[in-house]
Design a protein around this ligand. Structure first.
Ligand code: GTP
Length: 596
């Protein structure tokens, strides 16, 4: 297909505004899939995902469309991960296409998630076609929503298309808009091969499947290719496109999007954003490539220690398909055997943790998330610290450095004050503040350590969900950091120790012990709960003794009720962890580590 007849696009939408339904309708109306094979939500591969216990990420489809002008076009739709948290992956897939459909529910209007993604599209220089969806509903208010798109996002919505992805109204207009309003890709057939690695995932039959966007040159089956970032060379054994099922083709040329397989064993051998070329060619790498490095670490331990092997299996499987997730075994005096795991960010952590719990049915204890510190020893050596429990004695440490980030926050005016306060409270240094309409954009230099705890949650709650947030690592900086330990009944609980800034240690220590006091049930004896730096106690609470006998209240004969209560106790016990003589419920770990 000549470049002039290719259109590459993505769909940006808030959850539930109709992205999948619209994609289905585009596929169906162009007979990409025969009607009888059309299943609801073609692009949603969740079933297979569940079946195989792995993620099928390739939500990409090639649509053949004959436009009203009689010309045949190839339309490539790439689905972007909805999570703003994987901002880097979103930004990569956005750079693989030239335009976006912005789908907004005409009964709802613009929402926060839409904003974060649409700004990514704007950053990628996309042409954007606004789509007002769900116009079949009586509550649809297209004029108001179009105005809102102009006010809030700042893009021209006069040509917004009114669509019902449900009934099919406006689908034809949408296809015509893709052809006439989105630009054709640029690229040169005769140049050296240059392709962008957009995504990759593991398939149990074909091995690693690599989604590529060809920028220049042509890629053919049987050729040898090189990943520019790490210099590895692979023999291409298969090339194809998604319709949305895989269909093998002989080659892919400039502007085209498709997949290749090359007997690559692990997803971690491929890097999103990398440049792909022919074995012997030297090309300038695509700009902005950064290999994803885990920046947040935490321990994952099974609540039930007999599930350790199951946890290992689950982690192995998840890691197979997620290059940015790292792990190694860890033992904790308090929690037994588990894994120290590295993530791209806190939301990545939450996604993985939820998947292990949901898909593999393993209850987990998650320890305090920690960033990677650099410890400079008195003897001049430097080592990385992934786990506060491994912090060496202060007598051998010269100084510590912590990672900092540049955070960009977009927020409606009325919440700006709260956002500034939040950033200030987290040791932030303001770098920029600008306005775009009724929205403010603030840029802060922040310690990552202050962001990994509950920054997103706080940001969301103080802005009622209307802020969008993105960050990038900027580097390391020295600061007055100390390890704070927590002692329950004079026993240190390693899982609760954390690195904190000296000035904030007392506040954090106090908050922690107060919380634990509420979270740990009373025992038959008094329990001191302390936070300490080195040998020095900085905060202390005492949990008073109590007779804990829930059946005491059932006077006389109700034996069934008594048994029920005892059963409940037993079930509860399983979720407890023994520290010396004290039992701590697992929720205590999770809740104690949240700040509020
Ligand atoms: P996620 O997959 O959760 O990200 O949402 P999505 O944006 O893909 O939305 P999806 O296509 O799943 O649609 C959300 C709901 O809206 C579904 O129940 C759809 O049936 C419904 N829906 C989508 N488009 C329309 C429309 O034009 N009219 C009406 N009435 N309902 C629609």
């Amino acid at each position: 297909t000549p470049l002039s007849h290719i259109r590459n696009f993505s769909i940006v939408a808030h959850i539930d505004h109709g992205k999948s339904t619209l994609a289905d309708r585009l596929i169906q109306s162009t007979h990409t899939v025969a009607d009888r094979d059309m299943k609801e939500q073609m692009l949603d591969a969740m079933d297979i995902e569940r079946e195989r216990g792995i993620t099928i990420k390739a939500n990409t489809v090639r649509i053949d469309y004959v436009a009203d002008n009689g010309e045949a076009y190839v339309l490539n739709l790439i689905d972007t991960p909805g999570h703003v948290d994987f901002a880097y992956e979103v930004s990569r897939s956005m750079r693989a296409v030239e335009g976006s459909l912005l789908v907004v529910d005409s009964t709802q209007g613009v929402e926060a998630q839409t904003l974060a993604n649409v700004y990514q599209a704007i950053d990628a220089d996309h042409e954007i076609v606004p789509i007002l969806n769900k116009i079949d509903l009586p509550a649809a208010d297209c004029d108001r929503v179009a105005e809102q798109i102009e006010d809030v996002i700042g893009i021209d919505a006069s040509g917004a298309i009114r669509v019902s992805a449900k009934t099919g109204v406006g689908i034809k207009e949408t296809l015509e808009a893709i052809v006439h309003r989105l630009p054709a890709p640029k690229g040169e057939e005769d140049a050296d091969l240059k392709a962008m690695l957009v995504d990759s995932w593991y398939d149990s039959y074909l091995g690693v499947i690599v989604l590529v966007r060809i920028i220049d040159g042509r890629l053919k089956k049987g050729e040898r290719i090189r990943f520019v970032s790490n210099g590895t060379i692979h023999h291409v054994d298969r090339i194809g496109v998604f319709r949305p099922q895989m269909q093998v083709v002989d080659s892919l040329g400039p502007g085209e999007i498709g997949f290749l397989t090359a007997s690559i064993k692990q997803v971690r051998d491929t890097r999103v954003g990398d440049t792909v070329t022919h074995e012997k060619k030297i090309v300038k790498p695509l700009p902005g490539f950064k290999p994803s490095q885990p920046v947040v670490f935490c321990g994952l331990f099974p609540v039930d220690s007999s599930q350790f092997e199951d946890l290992r299996d689950a982690i192995d499987k998840l890691a197979l398909n997620d290059a940015s997730f790292s792990f190694e075994m860890e033992t904790s005096a308090a929690l037994g055997f588990g894994f120290r795991c590295g993530f791209l960010g806190l939301l990545h952590l939450e996604v993985i943790r939820d998947r292990i719990e949901r898909e593999y049915d393993i209850d987990l204890i998650t320890t305090a998330p920690s960033v990677v510190y650099r410890i400079f020893m008195r003897d001049g050596a430097m080592q990385e610290l992934h786990n506060p429990a491994d912090m060496p004695d202060l007598s051998v440490v010269d100084h510590l450095e912590e990672p900092r980030i540049k955070a960009t926050i977009l927020v409606p005016d009325e919440y700006l004050g709260d956002v500034l306060k939040l950033c200030q409270d987290r040791r932030g240094v303001q770098q920029d503040l600008t306005y775009a309409g009724s929205r403010a954009m603030v840029v802060y230099d922040l310690p990552l350590n202050e962001v990994v705890f509950d920054f997103y949650d706080r940001l969301k709650s103080v802005t009622k969900g209307y802020a969008s947030f993105d960050y990038q690592m900027t580097g390391y900086q020295t600061d007055n950091l100390v390890k704070m330990s927590v002692l329950v009944n004079d026993e240190p609980v390693d899982a609760l120790s954390m690195m904190v800034h000296r000035d904030r240690a007392e506040m954090r220590g106090r908050a922690m012990v107060e919380k634990l006091k509420d979270l740990i049930p009373r025992h038959m004896f008094k329990i001191p709960i302390q936070a300490a730096i080195g040998g020095k106690v900085i905060a202390r609470e005492t949990l008073s003794a109590m007779r804990k006998d829930v059946t005491a209240k059932c006077y006389g004969g109700d034996a069934t009720r008594k048994r029920k209560l005892l059963d409940k106790q037993k079930a509860g016990k399983k979720k407890m962890r023994q520290f010396g003589k004290v039992e701590i419920p697992q929720e205590a770990f999770i809740s104690a580590l949240k700040m509020d």
